[in-house]
Design a protein around this ligand. Sequence first.
Ligand code: GDP
Length: 454
Amino acid sequence: MEKTIAAVSTGAAPGGIGVIRISGSRAVEIADKVFLPADNSSLLDLKGYRAKFGNIIIDGEKADNAVALIFRAPKSYTGEDVAELSVHGGMLMVQKTLQAVFSAGAEPAEAGEFTKRAFINGKLDLTQAESVAELISAQGEQSLKASFNALQGALSKKINSVLQRLLDASSSMAAWVDYPDEEIPDLSEDELREILTESKAELGALLDGYENGKTVVNGVSTAIAGRPNVGKSSLMNMLTKTDKSIVTHIAGTTRDIVEESVRLGGIVLHLRDTAGLRRSEDIVESIGIEKAYKALDEAELILAVFDNSSPLGEYDRDLIKRCSGRKAIAVINKTDLPDALETDEIKNGFSKTVYISAKNDEGYSELVNAVEELLGVADFDSSAPLLANLRQKKNCENAYNGISEALDALNGGMTYDAVNVMIDSAADELLSLTGKKASAEVVNNIFSKFCVGK
Ligand code: GDP
């Protein structure tokens, strides 16, 4: 028999309440052993979607006021019987209640096991399960919307509609291959070509949106670069609105790399404020500068900072060169001071230039617009279906390639059964994408990345 599992489903920090979730065929019976309703009734008699106020009983004594919430299979998150005990959220009380639940017969849930059971019981498909993990870790507004949208099944619906068309085509063709004398190609070659072309276009659109989706879901690694004293730390502060970066007059104080994630408009930037780019005799600083160049090379987005109040120097020119061909924005800082910077070389070197005064907090919204436009997320539609990770992308890409090959085969005059083999393999890829045919290894791998209690 499937074991009944339990875990703390709320965060690992003291809070107003903590929730212990129990799922499995013995969930209600176990909850009933550790919880006594205030009206002395039994949880065993409680219908689904009902709650009782009462007490947690540990070693025969009332330990805490609590609320028990009962869900009856299949109408629960996991599709099994579920009991949730909400106790006062001190860590000790939550842990003691969990121990009592284990003593009453539940076993510790593995990471992601509740959601895995929901998947196995057909409550969610794999893309939806993955979106649960993404919802939990979402930091940006767009990413939150996109993950919720995936949880609602936006991607699954799109994939399933393509899949259904491929399967229909495949079964019509199989019938024809099996009964060639019946003269029944109820699917004409033109119709088949149209189905394949449309399916290919729809998967192609998903693949095209992948990079933007990734940007929105994961955020963007961003380096703030520039020679010492141009105002990198001040820009970092302007973006984070905290004093984490050290701002001083002495060149070279940001010796190592300061990292911070910030919401900028709808997306999240993982910012790295790097040491000033210059040569240095100071060993510690030299290491910082080397790291800065590395951060610059690795970043998906560069905010290249220049000082409006001083002329363009050797290191500024070097930075312009390094930014060539990269996603980079020239940020001309200190616009509150008299202009001394010749900006032509900068404007030629960057597709976007914005003017700010980090000191006076000016130019923030211009910078947000430039970043969103450069990353192509300015008019990102978070309600559109989105491939959210490499696994989904790989399956989609393989299906796309399978359909392309099937089209080529059809146009090259190959037989229906040869074409059908390629359509079937494309369909298999889509079945793996939504999890209807995913291997146990793939499934385990996905759920192992979840937190315990989810
Ligand atoms: P970093 O070395 O590039 O990180 O530069 P900092 O952020 O430490 O700034 C160097 C100096 O320039 C500090 O004295 C800042 O107060 C000053 N500074 C930064 N931004 C501005 C600005 O927009 N206007 C003016 N007037 N000074 C600024």
